[in-house]
Write a protein that binds this ligand. Structure first.
Ligand code: MG
Length: 248
């Protein structure tokens, strides 16, 4: 069931989004060779609590941390660990907050120090795919319009679209209807209407789209071991078009 939000609810979600965007920006600044990914998690949790919000992922479906940290071929849901980031890694950070009863969800892939040209190109493509998807998040369009745009762009860049995981509605629950796949056909799927709040989150890989469970038991990584990237924003569908709630 798709839950439509009132303007007041969207205002609260925008506050949640702002808190989240600020925290993630600070965490991105900490990303450099030599830092353990568990330190990023601790910093994220402390910064969220400082802003009178709660970590959105901790305890959700048993997830034991506040931040998902997925390095290189790990796509999403990776556990923070003693792993020390090294020059040339690409680290995907996925973070959620719960504020005044509403969730906000966001992700970004960040280069660690100097990365290869190919890694840079992949990260850029993921970012652009998200931007293009957001433009389609308008009342009257469908979920398929978003997925189709993202898929066509990613594939035009020579990358694979991850299919087993997708975006979602968001509100009092972290994952609400509808599902927002990163592939699809124009005009198909649920219709987007004013008052919906959704997370669009393209995940792509240098190789094909098949995944396997990561060694940590929580995350997913590419089956072929090739590099992946992931970006996500929380977006409200309004009279004036898509409004990104997780942007500063
Ligand atoms: Mg999400």
């Amino acid at each position: 069931m798709i839950i439509i939000k009132t303007e007041d609810e969207i205002k609260i979600m925008a506050e949640a989004g702002k808190i989240l965007a600020n925290v993630l920006k600070e965490i991105e600044r900490l990303v450099k060779p030599g830092i353990a990914t568990i330190e990023l998690d601790r910093a994220a949790e402390a910064l969220i609590l400082l802003r009178k919000a709660k970590p959105g992922f901790k305890g959700y479906d048993g997830f034991p941390y506040s931040l998902c940290v997925s390095v290189n071929e790990n796509v999403v849901h990776g556990l923070p660990s003693e792993y020390i980031l090294k020059e040339g890694d690409a680290v995907s950070l996925d973070l959620g907050v719960l504020y005044r009863g509403y969730y906000s969800d966001m992700a970004a892939t960040v280069p660690v120090g100097k990365v290869s040209f190919e890694a840079k190109r992949l990260i850029q493509a993921a970012k652009k795919a998200l931007k293009r998807g957001i433009k389609k998040a308008k009342a009257g369009n469908t979920v398929g319009d978003i997925g189709n745009t993202i898929q066509r762009y990613i594939e035009s860049q020579g990358y694979g679209v991850i299919r087993d995981l997708c975006g979602h509605g968001i509100g009092k629950d972290l994952h609400e209807d509808p599902k927002i796949p990163n592939f699809g056909k124009r005009g198909e799927g649920d219709k987007l209407v004013e008052g919906m709040v959704i997370c669009i989150e393209p995940m792509l890989s240098q190789g094909n789209w098949q995944l396997k469970k990561s060694e940590d038991g929580y995350g997913y990584s590419t089956k072929d071991g090739l590099l992946s990237a992931h970006f996500e924003h929380t977006i409200a569908i309004t009279k004036k078009g898509p409004v990104v709630l997780t942007e500063l």
